[in-house]
Design a protein around this ligand. Structure first.
Ligand SMILES: *[C@@H]1O[C@H](CO)[C@@H](O)[C@H](O)[C@H]1NC(C)=O
Ligand SMILES: *[C@@H]1O[C@H](CO)[C@@H](O)[C@H](O)[C@H]1NC(C)=O
Ligand SMILES: *[C@@H]1O[C@H](CO)[C@@H](O)[C@H](O)[C@H]1NC(C)=O
Ligand SMILES: *[C@@H]1O[C@H](CO)[C@@H](O)[C@H](O)[C@H]1NC(C)=O
Length: 535
């Protein structure tokens, strides 16, 4: 709907124009509006990145439903001590439940989980240090990391895996934490980051992103956020010319999907902060997986009922494994550094191996029911794998964009093939998904201190509203905020930033500029405090 000719949907404004052309065409012929682009039927790619869970933890037990899935059957185990051949064993079970606190997933912790020691030379990687690493954190952590969800507890995924495609060989791009992996999803690099560095995130990472490649090709993108858009960790996305690409998920996603005006590349951001009336939906421990399931269900059902359904591919993946066991060895050979940037001390990581396997599910009426995708089978290179850079690599193919972003997305496997096997879209896809079961028995704890990730979001918020210029901000505000205060602070900072951006645009400020605000703690007037500088 709403597109003309063979090209993917251009900007929303142009799409209005082209739907008029389309109407005209309809009068002339009975051909209809829906036409495949040169590269296939997909004109809208929707990406959602959940938080911190491994494949086996979330989807491993789906092997019970489909033996073709490389999941678990209960024979998988880890030694209590990886260096002791006679060590007791801990077997993987299906008793996953609500997890609090958070298992280890720093660079060092993951190295120990994958290799059982600090020696990274083993190939294949033994994947035998999960229990040892968990026990170093707390006694009861072992139980958390060595359990997965039985399919009925993640009923939304069970339905999607049965109806559409599951990827059982998709890895995190970096054997490290959240932010480096999230950065890879839309840019094919973390620009050297191997950990979450709040100050760098706040300033913003400078690399080129898929958003810019899409925009330069006269295609459209949109980010539908809640609380704070974490995509603003890419510095370039703060430019005035992109301000209008950010939409409130609650106010706009259903509307745009309903009237067929979703852009070509859609990013859905979760609620990363847990409130009683609006619980977090990102699946990160201690957040309730039930809420994440509800959210996936809502996004699916919204897209399913959209006039754009027949031209949409919806991708759900997880940034990293969050410390949870996975049995598939992480690839340690033939992985190219994206850009030659070496990580910081003490590891000086050269980005030459991947992270732990994570769950990835894809949805489209062009996908055959019950598809299981293993590796990319030696394409484009013999060592290529599916990892987060596969998303920009495939988007490049689907939309026929001129260039790759880095050496990594050039190497990553692409998956456009899953929507190319049919001659017409399926008509049997469910309109509704099952309702998930509640897992956490308690309410959100709004008084809790901010987690590390939430503190990073506050730092971002403080850059958006200028408070980072205050030396007192770090100790006086950030460290003392609880979750509830954090949500209020972040939402108001984001609002001021976008308002100031729109004002600056109206004033005719150059599109390439980034709005810089003065501290909100000293001055509350937003538009009058706008000034700008060259990036
Ligand atoms: C790995 O090295 C660190 C120091 O870099 C040391 O503290 C730790 O005990 C070592 N872990 C193992 C499992 O050898
Ligand atoms: C696990 O142990 C830690 C202390 O080691 C404790 O704070 C936490 O409440 C325990 N969690 C559960 C679920 O028992
Ligand atoms: C996911 O893990 C990272 C550590 O890598 C942690 O800082 C972050 O808080 C986690 N994500 C969320 C949403 O809490
Ligand atoms: C999608 O395509 C199918 C098969 O051609 C058709 O029956 C259905 O009405 C289309 N749905 C939309 C929303 O256009």
């Amino acid at each position: 709907m709403g597109t003309s000719g063979g090209r993917p949907r251009p900007s929303r404004y142009q799409s209005l124009r082209s739907s008029c052309c389309c109407l005209l065409l309809l009068l002339l012929s009975s051909g209809g509006c829906l036409r495949a682009s040169a590269a296939g039927p997909i004109k809208t790619v929707v990406v959602m990145v959940m938080e911190n869970r491994s494949f086996d933890h979330m989807l491993g037990w789906m092997k019970r439903l489909n033996p073709a899935i490389n999941g678990v059957d209960g024979s998988e185990w880890n030694p209590v001590s990886a260096s002791d051949a006679a060590s007791d064993r801990v077997y993987f079970r299906d008793g996953a439940h609500f997890v609090d606190p958070d298992p280890g997933h720093s660079f060092q912790a993951i190295r120990e989980q994958i290799f059982g020691s600090n020696d990274t030379s083993a190939d294949p990687a033994p994947m035998n240090g999960f229990v040892q690493q968990a026990r170093s954190m707390s006694d009861n952590m072992t139980e958390s990391v060595m359990n997965g969800f039985p399919p009925e507890m993640v009923a939304v995924y069970r339905a999607l895996v049965g109806e559409f495609a599951v990827f059982d060989r998709w890895f995190a791009s970096v054997p490290s934490s959240t932010q480096p992996n999230r950065l890879f999803v839309h840019s094919g690099t973390s620009h050297g980051a191997t950990s979450n560095v709040a100050s760098k995130l706040a300033i913003g990472y400078p690399q080129r992103t898929i958003f810019e490649n899409i925009d330069d090709a006269d295609l459209s993108f949109g980010i539908y956020y809640q609380n704070v858009p974490a995509t603003l960790f890419y510095r370039n996305l703060r430019k005035l010319k992109y301000i209008s690409k950010f939409h409130s998920y609650e106010q706009k996603f259903k509307k745009h999907a309903g009237d067929g005006s979703l852009p070509n590349y859609v990013v859905i951001e979760q609620r990363y902060m847990d409130k009683k009336d609006k619980p977090a939906t990102d699946d990160h421990p201690s957040h309730d997986v039930y809420q994440g399931q509800l959210f996936v269900k809502e996004v699916y059902e919204t897209i399913r009922s959209s006039p754009q359904w027949n031209e949409t591919l919806f991708i759900i993946t997880y940034d990293e494994h969050g410390g949870f066991f996975d049995h598939v060895p992480t690839p340690v050979k033939g992985v190219p550094s994206p850009d030659g940037i070496v990580g910081p001390e003490p590891f000086f990581f050269t980005f030459d191996r991947l992270g732990v396997r994570v769950p990835t599910i894809m949805v489209s009426p062009w996908i055959e029911k019950g598809t299981v995708v293993h590796g990319p089978n030696g394409i484009p290179t013999p060592t290529s794998e599916y990892e987060h850079s596969s998303i920009p690599a495939t988007v490049k193919k689907i939309f026929d964009l001129p260039s790759y972003l880095t050496k990594r997305d050039e190497w990553a496997g692409t998956f456009e093939g899953i929507v190319l096997s049919r001659t017409e879209p399926r008509t049997d896809c469910p309109v509704e998904l099952p309702s998930p079961v509640r897992i956490r028995q308690t309410e959100a704890n709004e008084e809790a201190p901010l987690s590390e990730f939430q503190q990073e979001l506050m730092q971002l918020a403080s850059v958006l509203n200028g408070d980072h210029l205050l030396t007192s901000f770090q100790e006086k505000v950030l460290k003392r905020m609880n979750v509830k205060e954090g949500i209020a602070y972040a939402e108001s900072a984001v609002k001021r930033f976008f308002e100031a951006g729109l004002t600056a645009k109206k004033m005719g400020v150059d599109d390439e500029q980034i709005v810089q605000m003065r501290p909100s703690l000293t001055s509350r007037s937003s538009s009058s405090s706008v000034h700008h500088r060259h990036p």
